[in-house]
Design a protein around this ligand. Sequence first.
Ligand code: SF4
Length: 461
Amino acid sequence: MLTLTPELITRHDVSGPRYTSYPTADQFQTTFGPTEQAQALSMRRLGIGSGHQPLSVYAHLPFCRSLCYYCACNKIVTKQYDKATNYLDHLLTELELTVDLLGKRESVAQVHLGGGTPTYYHDDDLTRLTRALQEAFDWQEEGEFAVEIDPRTVTYKRLHHLKLLGYNRLSFGVQDLDPLVQEAVHRVQSVSQVRTTLDHARALGFESINLDLIYGLPHQTPERFEQTLRSVVAMRPDRLAIYGYAHLPLRFKPQRRIDEAVLPDARNKIAMLALANHLLQDAGYVYIGMDHFALPNDSLSVAKRQGRLHRNFQGYSTQPDGDLVAFGVSAIGRMGPSYSQNVKTLDAYAQMLSQGQLPVERGYRLTREDLLRRAVIMSIMCQGRVDMESIESAHLIDFKRHFHQELKRLGELQEQGLVVVKPREFEVTELGWFFVRAVAMAFDAHLQNSRERQHRFSRIL
Ligand code: SF4
């Protein structure tokens, strides 16, 4: 077991992308719109350009009942339920348009309902959405079907309903269990509420339950955060994600309600991260990479051990790399050698769909060079290892010649103990896994072309 120390964190504390895609979304262009997306979907139907892996499906349900002040998501806080039902009507139109191009009953290995708060919707509307998705796609028996839930909006009965609909995974935000912190971020949920939700989910047989925590919130101190960590570890969720809070009030309006005077300083934030890392590994959790931990028998830990981890817009996944079709405002999908992102406002979304158009605002068609670099970066992010020969034969290049500059940068990272470079492969070390974004960044041509872009991303830890 390797423990992060504040010294190590400070040494490697830089900003960088999370690489849920390569190139990252800030590279998407408006020259890629509905026509280009329609072509991409038709190409998959014809078996051109896309792999033959089952699809992943994401639906963005942006409505929330109350505002969490740390929120940086694309959400709509409203008590007007009819807004949400209208939106669902539009989303089902988008589904229809998509399936017309893609073909019906494509095999689906992964479904994720995210938000916002998917459980903002009443059971009958969640049924309406799920049945439409099940009619449109063939949900594989062994698939992962996940819903983000809010413990404040679910009961045993509601979880039971989700289980009956076919969902087998849950993810929910805890952030912090300290009442003072919860008040300051306007998200109050008691320890017993969280524990009860978790117990109900287990009793109902959900296969994998993920909890999210955030460090760096107002009033947090290492001592208070330790209490939250100990309470959460005692609940034994299968997976835990620990994110760093990035306070960007100019960009995210809700964050203006946070009192900056009570935010922890950088030293305390680093101490909390080091503490979380130490405490979770001590409690038997495996570090998966990029803020994620899982119990040793969870499928993510098994996939990591077997070198089968993948990465998509929802983070790490055990499902093979493949196309992702995404519905709803701001949703990002991947289809063969392209990415697409939907418009971000309800009005624009409704308007495009009412005109029979796919609601795509921007996207990106990958070049051969992008595809090559995506393969290297995803191999680093997921396997922690790059086999130069297999990259050479898949992409018809001479690795050492092509990546001459990048290998020089790897040499520097090797001196810092983050990678080991061998004649035909390089590997991320145990220490390097904590800074895996820094290793991947060495191969990001878009980032190298514009160093100032780097500062737009969050800290890598
Ligand atoms: S953090 Fe989640 S629940 Fe809170 S306002 Fe944002 S999207 Fe809604």
